[in-house]
Design a protein around this ligand. Structure first.
Ligand code: 5GP
Length: 113
């Protein structure tokens, strides 16, 4: 089970800001922007955005819509959407997720470690 599946199952705590049938969103534990949320599909069938876009493009579109809604609710509606894809690109959790960053963004807020 991925760490995000444990959050979905309420086995570990998280500051959850949105939940629907197929998606959950919560605050990143190590925020790199004033608003740093993770938008995560509940399925762990897709390790990264490339697999998700090939396997379930509607779910990817739903994630983008949730990102917009959350940026409007928690910031000024403008946001950076980051999908780290592969360990060399900074991906550490291989359960697809979007970083949604907003508010006072700097060049260092790209989501990688
Ligand atoms: P990645 O590096 O895979 O693109 O992003 C994984 C993100 O998950 C990191 O930004 C990291 O801070 C966050 N993260 C890892 N473990 C936890 C956790 O237990 N809770 C929360 N809320 N975020 C986590």
């Amino acid at each position: 089970m991925s760490i995000f599946s444990a959050i979905i199952a309420r086995e570990i705590p998280a500051d959850i800001v949105f939940e629907s049938e197929r998606i959950i969103a919560f605050r990143d534990i190590a925020p790199r922007a004033p608003m740093h949320l993770l938008v995560v599909p509940k399925t762990e069938d897709y390790a990264n955005v490339v697999e998700l876009s090939a396997g379930d493009p509607e779910l990817l579109a739903e994630m983008v819509a949730v990102a917009q809604d959350l940026a409007s609710e928690h910031a000024d509606g403008e946001f950076r959407l980051v999908f780290n894809t592969g360990a060399n690109a900074g991906q550490s959790v291989f359960h697809v997720h979007a970083h949604v960053l907003a508010g006072g963004l700097t060049e260092g807020s790209l989501g990688g470690e």
